[in-house]
Every structure is written in structure tokens, then in C-alpha cells.
Design a protein around this ligand. Sequence first.
Ligand SMILES: NC(=O)c1ccc[n+]([C@@H]2O[C@H](COP(=O)([O-])OP(=O)(O)OC[C@H]3O[C@@H](n4cnc5c(N)ncnc54)[C@H](O)[C@@H]3O)[C@@H](O)[C@H]2O)c1
Length: 316
Amino acid sequence: MKKLGVAVIGTGFWGRNHARVFKELTETELLAICDIDAERAKNVAEQFGVKPYTSTERMLKNENIEAVSICTWSTSLAKEALKALNAGKNVLVEKPMAANVKQAETLLKTAEKEGLHLTVGFLMRFIPGLQRIRKAIEDKALGELVCANAKRVGQWPERIGDVGVVKDTAIHDLDVMRYIFDEDPVAIYAKTGSIAHRKFEDYAQIMLVFKGGKSAFIESNWLTPYKTRVFMVTGSEAIMKLDYITQELTIENAKETLQPRYTMQEPLKLELQHFAKCITEREKPLVTGEDGLKALKIAEAALKSSITGRVRTLTN
Ligand SMILES: NC(=O)c1ccc[n+]([C@@H]2O[C@H](COP(=O)([O-])OP(=O)(O)OC[C@H]3O[C@@H](n4cnc5c(N)ncnc54)[C@H](O)[C@@H]3O)[C@@H](O)[C@H]2O)c1
């Protein structure tokens, strides 16, 4: 089987993991990496035995590169993704996809015009426990879906300096809620603020309301001294809890508590494997460009709600 030629743009904390996984997968061949930090580009390229670049334009001239992961700072993701799409490459752009909705819309239009694959790094969808929760909801194993809660808190990762906790951190849960409820929220209300961060919000509580009154609550911050990443969904007959860190899943009803055992899998590996398969087999990805755009729209609505103190919809 011919391997998919891939490259990574931005090889800091997260991009280095993309490079490692692309190197490990049998479906992909890592051909090059690019980072504007020349020293970093050289070190990472050496580690993986590929060619380093400090200019995206030069790297994208390589015709053997068919797909690119974009892992630069959040505010430069869209610019780099657009360059890759315009160079005819399929793209996985990390969350939050773009600095704003307008940039994300341009990415969607360009990918569609060029007939290229565009997906967004919403890693949570690849955690097997979340897939099981979604399946249980579909099968009505929890009864009627009532509400969901997500908590994603911990200390500020200081390398993140260009967006706040909503676009950096809560955006994962905004996507998870759309995925689990399988629809867009009809109302968004949020309270955000800043305690330690000078430029951006470092805590956020976001409430989403879905059709028929189902609701979701998201708590995110960069203040809690330890890291917690949990998700809980309540149905009329049972609840399911997922710890994203340990991947431990718990199902509880009035009679029993179950903890199904299943093999822990690296979500990034599953995500990048899926990315390569969708390109090779021309399949629709689990996360579309539209999913990225919608999550960003909800994030911006939440930020506006916090400023105005009003409930927002996706259209106002
Ligand atoms: N999906 C996830 O779970 C997940 C996890 C962590 C980070 N991320 C996302 O990945 C991205 C990177 O995060 P990070 O923690 O690795 O940040 P980082 O600061 O460690 O790395 C960013 C790297 O990009 C490089 N860079 C910046 N602009 C560039 C450009 N125009 N061209 C080439 N290189 C450029 C920087 O020099 C740096 O090496 C962010 O968008 C973040 O939101 C996603």
C-alpha cells in the first residue's frame, strides 16, 4: 500500500506529537517539518530523520506532500492552513482552527473550491469512551438524554499566549456537546473572567441549551492547581461518566455501577490514522471543517454573552 506523504507545520509541544505519530503509523510517511524557530525545526527534523524548513511556502512546493497538520499558535493556524490548501494539500488544522469565524469560513470555502479534505483537531471525539457514550445515547441505553456536564480545568499552560481559555480549552467541550447532542445549541450563555492572565479570560462557565430544553454546562479554567478533564451525561434511566485522562468510563443506574474495561488507545494515533484513511479512501471525516466553524461560532457567542450579560444564539 502506498503511504500518504505528510508534513507538520509548527513543531512545538503538540506538533512534535503529530510528527511522532505520523512516523509511527504504517499509513503515513513523514516527509518534512516546518517551524519558524530554526533551532527547533532542526532538532525535530533530526529526531525524525526528515527535512527541516523554516518557510512554509518552500516546504509546500514538495509535490510528494499530500497532507499537512497545522500545529502553530492558535492565531496563525488559519493563515498556514490557507497556504497549504492553496498549495493543493489536504489539511488537519489544530483547534481552535482560526483566530475568528471569518478566517474559518475562508478555509471552508477554499477547501471546497479546491476539492480538498479539511478537518479540525478535536481530539476528544477519538477517545473510545466518548464514542461509547455517543453510541449509548443513540441506542437510548440511558433513556432520554437530559443534560451533560464537562469540566476541563488546570493551571495555565504558559506557552498559550494568543487566545483565552474559551478558544483554547473550552472549545474541545463545545465540540463534544454538539457531537453528543447531535445538534447545535439554540441558546448560549456564559460568564468569563480573568484572575491571573493579563490579556485573556482564564476562567469560563458556559451554558448551552438545546431543542426541547436539554442543556449542557461547561466549566473551564487555568486556575485550578491540578488537572481535571471529565465529562458526564445524564439520561432519564442512567448516567455515564468519562475521565478523559485515564479513559475510565463509568455507567450507573439505580441498581448498579459498571466500569467496562477496554484497551486504552492513544487518541492522536486514532485521529491521524482516520485523517490518512479519509484522504486515501475519499471518506467524510468524523470532524468536518463545518464542525470547526460551528465550535468557533459558539465560542465567540459565549465570549459576547459574557460581555453583554445576555443569552446569545448562533444567529444574533
Ligand atoms: N487537539 C489538542 O488536544 C491540542 C493539544 C495541544 C495543543 N493543541 C493546539 O496545537 C497548536 C500548538 O500548540 P502547542 O502547545 O504545540 O504550542 P507551542 O507554542 O508549543 O508550539 C507552536 C509552534 O509553532 C511554531 N510556529 C508559530 N507560527 C508558525 C508559523 N507561521 N510557521 C511555522 N511554525 C510556526 C512555533 O515556533 C512553535 O514551535 C495550538 O493551536 C493548540 O491549540 C491542540
